[in-house]
Design a protein around this ligand. Structure first.
Ligand SMILES: *[C@@H]1O[C@H](CO)[C@@H](O)[C@H](O)[C@H]1NC(C)=O
Ligand SMILES: *[C@@H]1O[C@H](CO)[C@@H](O)[C@H](O)[C@H]1NC(C)=O
Ligand SMILES: *[C@@H]1O[C@H](CO)[C@@H](O)[C@H](O)[C@H]1NC(C)=O
Ligand SMILES: *[C@@H]1O[C@H](CO)[C@@H](O)[C@H](O)[C@H]1NC(C)=O
Ligand SMILES: *[C@@H]1O[C@H](CO)[C@@H](O)[C@H](O)[C@H]1NC(C)=O
Ligand SMILES: *[C@@H]1O[C@H](CO)[C@@H](O)[C@H](O)[C@H]1NC(C)=O
Ligand SMILES: *[C@@H]1O[C@H](CO)[C@@H](O)[C@H](O)[C@H]1NC(C)=O
Length: 220
């Protein structure tokens, strides 16, 4: 997997950050927050939280605008095959990153198996102490390392947050992914969430993202 330049993942230039009126994580999931973590895959903003994202758009990590550059991002799949039978708690770890290290646990694109229902992916953002680099807490070092990088299942977020002393969730976002049929069609029952309501703040954020992208492209 190629190493992504950090500016393609985190937009530091313009951290326009807003609080949404509703929970930014899936219903029933904890931890939860109403603060949105602005994120987009290619040109598609993950807004409102919970929209469907085409599998093809998820090959590279999402572009994020965390509230501060001292942030830790965790991405998990709540519906791994183990979890699909028992949705209570079997998160699969897809990514742990900070703006200065995009691969504390390298990004693994969503890979729901053919025929499985839509998988819910959650992006969690925690504030880190300023200028402090992050490393995996004691007892968690093998996550994303052993089994050829595939030691990622049954990732207990709340226990991890406690072990890493991450404190309160500062922002979040979520989306769903399903494996399209080979002809590119998405099963009808998964297409309904795709329309996105453009609220005023969303427009501001989109402009900020575009400007930020241009700034970053020029800087590279
Ligand atoms: C999040 O939004 C919901 C719905 O508007 C509200 O009931 C709840 O109090 C909010 N939570 C926080 C922490 O602001
Ligand atoms: C699902 O798994 C959880 C945790 O292992 C367990 O507490 C719960 O009883 C299971 N539920 C079902 C329906 O199997
Ligand atoms: C990123 O984190 C990983 C895992 O802790 C570490 O092996 C790697 O050296 C770090 N990379 C940078 C650029 O700090
Ligand atoms: C963080 O690092 C930057 C750049 O090295 C430095 O200018 C700043 O003072 C540091 N901030 C803190 C709170 O240590
Ligand atoms: C996976 O990582 C965890 C946390 O570091 C570790 O306890 C466990 O032994 C690892 N499992 C394998 C099969 O490497
Ligand atoms: C695409 O595949 C789906 C699922 O196999 C099938 O129901 C649908 O008819 C196909 N559409 C076209 C245009 O071939
Ligand atoms: C995904 O991308 C690949 C390669 O660009 C393409 O062959 C395939 O048709 C795409 N599938 C969908 C569902 O868009």
């Amino acid at each position: 997997m190629r190493t992504l330049s950090l500016s393609t993942i985190f937009l530091a230039a313009v951290a326009v950050f807003h609080h949404s009126a509703s929970a930014q994580s899936p219903p029933g999931f904890t931890p939860s927050t109403n603060a949105s973590l602005p994120a987009k895959y290619n040109a598609l903003p993950i807004s409102p939280a919970g929209i469907h994202v085409p599998l093809n758009d998820t090959t590279s990590p999402p572009i994020l605008t965390p509230p501060t550059m001292s942030s830790l991002i965790i991405m998990i799949d709540l519906d791994t095959p183990f979890g699909a039978l028992n949705r209570s708690f079997a998160p699969f770890l897809h990514w742990i990153a900070t703006p200065s290290n995009s691969s504390i646990v390298p990004y693994l694109p969503p890979a729901p198996p053919p025929g499985s229902p839509e998988h819910r992916f959650v992006l969690l953002c925690y504030k880190l102490p300023i200028n402090e680099s992050f490393s995996m807490p004691t007892g968690w070092e093998d996550y994303g390392v052993t089994m050829g990088g595939m030691n990622r299942s049954r990732f207990d977020v709340e226990r991890f947050v406690e072990a890493a002393e991450l404190g309160r969730l500062s922002a979040a976002n979520w989306f769903t992914v399903v494996r399209e049929a080979e002809n590119g069609t998405v099963p009808a029952e998964f297409t309904s969430g795709e329309s996105s309501g453009a609220a005023g703040l969303f427009d501001v954020w989109l402009v900020a993202i575009v400007v930020g992208s241009i700034v970053m492209l020029l800087a590279e």
